[in-house]
Design a protein around this ligand. Structure first.
Ligand code: NDP
Ligand code: 8X3
Length: 253
């Protein structure tokens, strides 16, 4: 469709599959994350498969000055961002709040809340000026249902939902859509990151249940972005079939 789609956290999981889904759809993808090698690999693969020219750049969304610098450059280079997908995010740790590592708490808040705000604050004014745009924020079922050991992660994802609602109100008189996507369990690198690289512990999260695949979320995001101009999907929650709420998951023995 030849739109410019800016995806944060595009080197893995949901963000990466979303990049492929939009490139396959004929859109131009602008991808950022912290790992340059992975970005280069994805760019080469996307360009080869879909004959595009994916735009990549290293950006840690928690670094405000870098966000300002790179978003300015993107807007200069590609002129306009049609869809911003705020996907970069993470959980760190699974502990009682009273025992939580403060650095993990700060990293979750800095990435999931402040990073999302930094990027949106830089891109949204251009959407307002163009009277056109779509912001798709990746929340989580964790933002609806708190679960044990995840008070802060759940609070960050609850913030994503409320921030989306607030921004939707502030842009109500513009042709700007704001969507919160709230996935349940999706098998990605998420649990490996949460458990600080403990693959054994991460693997257990997906045992006995057919989790969602990152492609399932990517296809949903594409569907949301492909609605007609007058249709705004405000919220969408997607769970695995054997999932009932956030951490209410039926596992086959
Ligand atoms: P992954 O760990 O597979 O991917 C996370 C992506 O975010 C990576 O590309 C990572 O790249 C990037 N990232 C992390 N921190 C930063 C940062 N500071 N700046 C820029 N990029 C960053 O996880 P998922 O794909 O599962 O997670 C994507 C989103 O989906 C997150 O917001 C997560 O909270 C949410 N989510 C995940 C669910 C799940 O069950 N997996 C369910 C519901 C929501 P790099 O390390 O190269 O920077
Ligand atoms: C990620 C899903 O349930 O592991 O947001 O928190 S969950």
């Amino acid at each position: 469709m030849n739109r410019n789609i800016f995806i944060t956290g595009a080197t893995s999981g949901i963000g990466k599959e979303t990049a492929y889904a939009f490139a396959k759809n004929g859109d131009n993808v602008i991808l950022c994350a912290r790992n340059l090698d992975k970005l280069k690999e994805i760019k080469a693969d996307i360009d080869r498969k879909y004959g595009t020219n994916a735009y990549i750049f290293v950006l840690d969304v928690t670094k405000y000055n870098d966000v300002v610098k790179f978003t300015k450059k993107i807007l200069e280079d590609v002129k306009k961002v049609d869809v911003l997908i705020n996907n970069a995010g993470l959980a760190l740790g699974l502990d009682k709040f009273q025992d939580y590592d403060i650095a993990d708490i700060e990293q979750m808040i800095n990435t999931n809340v402040k990073g999302l705000l930094y990027v949106t604050r830089q891109i949204l004014p251009s959407m307002v000026a163009n009277d056109e745009g779509h912001i798709i924020n990746i929340g989580s079922t964790a933002g609806i249902y708190a679960y044990a050991g995840a008070a802060v992660y759940c609070a960050t994802k609850s913030s994503v939902k409320v921030l989306s609602d607030g921004i939707r109100i502030d842009t109500i008189d513009k042709n700007i859509k704001v969507t919160t996507v709230q996935p349940g369990i999706v098998e990605t690198n998420f649990s490996n990151v949460r458990f600080h690289g403990n693959m054994e512990q991460a693997k257990k999260v997906y045992e006995g249940v057919e989790a969602l695949k990152p492609e399932d979320i990517a296809n949903t995001i594409l569907y949301i972005a492909n609605q007609p101009k007058h249709v705004q999907i405000s919220d969408i929650t997607i769970m695995a079939t054997n999932q009932a709420t956030g951490f209410n998951i039926y596992r086959k023995k």
